[in-house]
Write a protein that binds this ligand. Structure first.
Ligand SMILES: Cc1cc2nc3c(=O)[nH]c(=O)nc-3n(C[C@H](O)[C@H](O)[C@H](O)COP(=O)(O)OP(=O)(O)OC[C@H]3O[C@@H](n4cnc5c(N)ncnc54)[C@H](O)[C@@H]3O)c2cc1C
Length: 317
């Protein structure tokens, strides 16, 4: 394998996964990031692997399928922060018979019986899928990247021209930062907030399926549970809002009463990088190849390995 250096911009789940795949394939990789991995949007995610309602649909299906296989393998290593959990995905409206194609990857997926649905919910599915404890998982990715010889630097990239001057191959994984770095007005923030509580004994996840900005979701990770959620469009501010946390706790406790009094350990905010379509493509820029990989909205974890393998194919030409 050639030692030609590759510069990855961004150390969220996309940048780090690309860094791991490239470094483990023998490339000489430097990751430059404005924020520490645990300060990124990725660190604020719940997170679960699950069907992704994003475009382009055929490529998203491929990415999410490849990522599912990787997360299953990672779940065999407890230290990765990934584990398999059973739980419910439910809606306050009738979901109908159609399920997303990638839901077929959930081996035990079945409809909830009426008794299994919380009050106010009329339709849902039950199944086992990967849950990812993001702060621990990002640490795992950093360790793997460094073990493979990667170089991680906390230094923002000011312009794409600077990046192109530094390396002939650049992978742009800047999340919402792509709006400014690339000048892509199609990238919009969708603000999320989560509440981390001490686990009162929950081992099943719950995810409300809805288009509403306020919803209920909880994901257990051993000693703690991450509660959500909120999806506020066009909102750049990263302040923790007590009224939002209170609403999240109220909605989750209505479904799982043991969460009502659980001790709060942390509150997290992140900006989902929404775009009409994920941008994963090569651009020729000032003599360099820029491989853009951003705009994963609320599914950047679920797509991560599939995108990273495709980026590696593009790097290899
Ligand atoms: C509350 C919440 C819950 C979520 N739950 C899930 C879930 O269950 N499942 C799921 O799949 N997804 C979930 N998501 C979405 C997921 O978190 C994102 O899609 C994903 O984190 C995007 O990853 P990223 O690496 O592209 O961006 P980020 O994590 O934002 O990382 C961007 C990186 O780029 C760096 N950067 C930006 N600009 C520059 C620059 N100019 N120079 C250098 N570095 C720069 C940043 O410092 C950072 O390191 C959730 C999101 C939120 C907020």
């Amino acid at each position: 394998m050639t030692a030609e250096p590759v510069l990855v911009i961004g150390a969220g789940v996309q940048g780090l996964t690309c860094g791991v795949v490239l470094a483990e394939a023998g490339w000489d990789v430097r990751v430059r990031t404005a924020d520490r991995p645990r300060e990124t949007t990725s660190a604020a995610a719940g997170a679960m692997w699950g069907p992704a309602q994003l475009r382009p649909a055929d490529r998203v299906l491929y990415w999410v399928t490849r990522a599912h296989a990787e997360f299953l393998a990672l779940a065999r290593d407890e230290s990765s922060g990934v584990h398999l959990a059973t739980g419910r995905m439910a809606a306050r409206f009738d979901l109908g018979e159609a399920v997303p194609t990638e839901a077929r990857l959930i081996p035990d997926l079945r409809r909830c019986t009426p008794e299994e649905l919380p009050e106010g919910f009329v339709s849902g599915y039950r199944g086992t899928l990967p849950l990812i404890d993001m702060p621990r998982y990002l640490d795992h990715l950093v360790a793997r990247f460094l073990d493979a010889g990667g170089d991680l630097q906390r230094s923002p990239v000011q312009t794409l021209a600077d990046a192109a001057a530094e390396a002939s191959t650049v992978v742009n994984c800047t999340g919402v930062g792509a709006r400014e770095l690339v000048g892509d007005p199609g990238v919009q923030p969708v603000r999320g907030q989560g509440v981390v509580v001490r686990n009162p004994g929950i081992d099943e996840y719950f995810m409300e399926l809805t288009d509403s900005a306020d919803f209920a979701a909880y994901m257990p990770h051993g000693d703690h549970v991450v509660l959500g959620g909120i999806a506020e469009g066009q909102e750049w501010k990263l302040d923790v809002r007590p009224e939002v946390s209170a609403g999240i706790r109220r909605r989750c406790a209505a479904i799982e009463p043991r969460l009502a009094e659980a001790e709060v350990l942390d509150e997290k905010v992140g900006l989902r990088p929404w775009r009409e379509s994920v941008r994963l493509e090569v651009e020729r820029y000032e003599g360099a190849r820029i491989i853009h990989n951003y705009g994963h909205g609320g599914s950047g974890v679920a797509l991560s390995w599939g995108c990273a393998f495709e980026v590696a194919d593009l790097v290899a030409g």
